[in-house]
Write a protein that binds this ligand. Structure first.
Ligand SMILES: [Zn+2]
Length: 319
């Protein structure tokens, strides 16, 4: 009996040694193959924390929520109200999966209005992922042909739309639509394919009860001169805070209480430009930046706006 026990022990030892060797080989193999695979993990935004805003009671069903997702040097804005949603842009190509995850974390599976403001990668890059992952009610972009920049990114968007039988529609200036109880007006779009693709940007002014919001895409001063605009509470600053947008005259017409700048940390363009920050400061505008604050969430009951970010609890209501 003793002998048998001993040989059993020896066998066990042998098996575990083999197992260890196999495990070690597997680890080495995994490590070696990983070197060749382009890892999407490089994006260092904090997606899992989306449901963990400092104030847990921040989401209220009868309020409007506007998420300015942190997608680095790119735009992606989600509006949610009364069971409907609108996504304006979806970040760069590499942000697509992230934006999908952001939205899925919010238990949203249908997007009522999907808008690609203009055909640049930092706005439409992630749209194909969005189209592939959600039911899309309506999809809008400015009229785009080879005359505008046709890129692999744009073709990917068109392909995914085709595969889903999703029509790419165009807006006209002055068109109105509703996202839940929020009323949206297309204040600008250029379907004639101007030289500067930024100036094709679909710009939307949205009102929710007493509050108003203006989403400028990457529209420049040329566009600002053409827009007949009223005072607006919240401004998504045009073109990541570039000085080719946000003229003093335009900002004075809007007089925003809150300005949100979607911008990447240490971006090569030097956005946002200090002159734009100075202009906004001189109007006593509160500035919120995704490079400093990560994803920014504005919630409103229609009377006042509450700001939350993933990094900091910025309490205090801003009318
Ligand atoms: Zn842009």
């Amino acid at each position: 009996m003793g002998k048998r026990k001993n040989s059993k022990k020896k066998n066990n030892k042998f098996i575990s040694t083999i197992m260890l060797i196999i495990l070690a080989l597997l680890t080495i193999y995994q490590y070696a193959t990983q070197q060749d695979v382009k890892s999407p993990e490089k994006i260092n935004y904090d997606v899992v924390k989306l449901g963990e805003f400092p104030d847990e009671n921040i989401i209220k069903n009868d309020e409007i929520q506007i998420y300015f997702f942190d997608v680095g040097q790119a735009d992606s804005i989600l509006v949610v109200n009364n069971g409907q949603s609108m996504l304006i842009d979806a970040g760069n190509n590499e942000d697509g999966a992230l934006v999908v995850e952001y939205i899925k974390n919010l238990n949203i599976n249908k997007i009522d209005y999907l808008i690609g403001t203009h055909a640049h990668e930092d706005h439409i890059g992630g749209l194909d992922n969005i189209i592939n992952s959600f039911d899309i009610e309506k999809f809008y972009m400015p009229y785009t042909t080879e005359k505008t920049t046709i890129t692999k990114t744009f073709e990917d968007v068109v392909d995914s739309a085709l595969e889903k039988n999703l029509t790419i529609s165009t807006f006209e200036i002055g068109e109105k639509f509703k996202v839940g109880d929020a009323e949206c007006t297309v204040v600008y779009v250029d379907n004639s394919e101007p030289e500067n693709t930024n100036d094709q940007s679909i710009c939307i002014r949205m009102t929710y009860k007493e509050q108003s919001y203006l989403f400028m895409g990457d529209a420049t001063k040329n566009v600002e001169e053409k827009i007949d605009i009223e005072k607006t509470n919240v401004l998504k600053v045009g073109h990541h805070g570039s000085d080719s947008s946000s003229s003093a005259e335009f900002l004075k017409k809007i007089m925003p209480k809150i300005a949100v700048i979607e911008v990447g940390e240490d971006n090569s363009y030097g956005h946002p430009k200090s002159i734009i920050l100075e202009r906004l400061n001189s109007l006593n505008t509160n500035i919120y930046r995704t490079d400093e604050m990560n994803t920014i969430l504005i919630t409103s009951d229609g009377k006042e706006n509450r700001i939350n970010t993933l990094n900091t609890s910025l309490d205090g209501n801003i009318e």
